[in-house]
Ligand binder design. Structure first.
Ligand code: CA
Length: 240
């Protein structure tokens, strides 16, 4: 299995495929490209994919027929590339969701943002550190995670974090907006969770918030959900 989320691009126009390939590769995805439906089906069956970017108008088949063949009872995250409004109508008819098509011409950066959104919501890849890296590369978030150095930057400034503070913030960054219970955080972050108490998590969150506030006093980056736990805010101003 690949270390990065794998994206299969099915698009017969090389210029469009190149632009998509470039932006997805630079966003940390592992990208494969096929020009025909036949080639795509063979690649998909042989190697799989975490998400498929699928042009509706292919030389040998329609993207819809190809999707049906790939799907075969399973849930495959997909983004259809559509050129005409009647194609959009058909995508909407598939009841996949609002993120699942993009009309040509489109910006490759917008496509990359859609890919990240869909992978985040796709349960098949939840919890993969690779998705975390992709999410944190999301320029909409002011956080930058460096797993190798175990460092996190916030609005460009390096946070001075203890081991547990780093672990908690890293975990929240895996899926911005997702509410983690104290128990979950403890389980993910502590080596011996049974010897710690819920209060321990609260104490570290308090310290973490104080450190974030030093950089951005007006921003509540870590939200409390009463009776449930904590979540990372999903939207931030451009500057602290
Ligand atoms: Ca086409």
């Amino acid at each position: 299995m690949s270390a990065k989320p794998r994206i299969l691009i099915v698009e017969d126009e090389p210029a469009i495929a190149d632009a998509i390939r470039y932006v997805l590769t630079s966003n940390g995805f592992d990208v494969a490209w096929c020009q025909t439906g036949t080639e795509a089906l063979a690649t998909f069956r042989g190697q799989g994919a975490d998400l498929v970017v699928l042009d509706v108008g292919l030389p040998d088949t329609s993207g819809f027929d190809l999707f049906r063949q790939m799907k075969d009872g399973r849930d495959i995250p997909v983004i259809f590339l559509t050129a005409r409004s009647d194609e959009i109508d058909r995508v909407v008819g598939l009841e996949l969701g609002a993120d699942d098509y993009i009309a040509k011409p489109f910006s490759p950066r917008e496509l990359a943002a859609r890919v990240r959104t869909i992978l985040r919501r796709s349960s098949r890849v939840v919890g993969k550190a690779e998705v975390a890296a992709a999410a944190v590369a999301d320029t909409a978030l002011p956080f930058r995670l460096d797993e190798e150095r175990r460092q996190i930057r916030y609005y460009g400034q390096l946070l001075d974090l203890s081991r547990y503070e780093f672990g908690i913030l890293r975990q929240l960054l895996l899926r911005p907006g997702r509410v983690y219970t104290r128990e979950e955080l403890m389980y993910q972050v502590w080596e011996a969770p049974e010897v710690s108490s819920d209060r321990t998590v609260d104490t570290h969150i308090k310290m973490l918030r104080a450190k974030l506030k030093l950089i951005a006093p007006a921003i509540e980056a870590i939200r409390t959900h009463r009776g449930t736990g904590y979540a990372l805010a999903e939207t931030y101003p451009d500057a602290p």
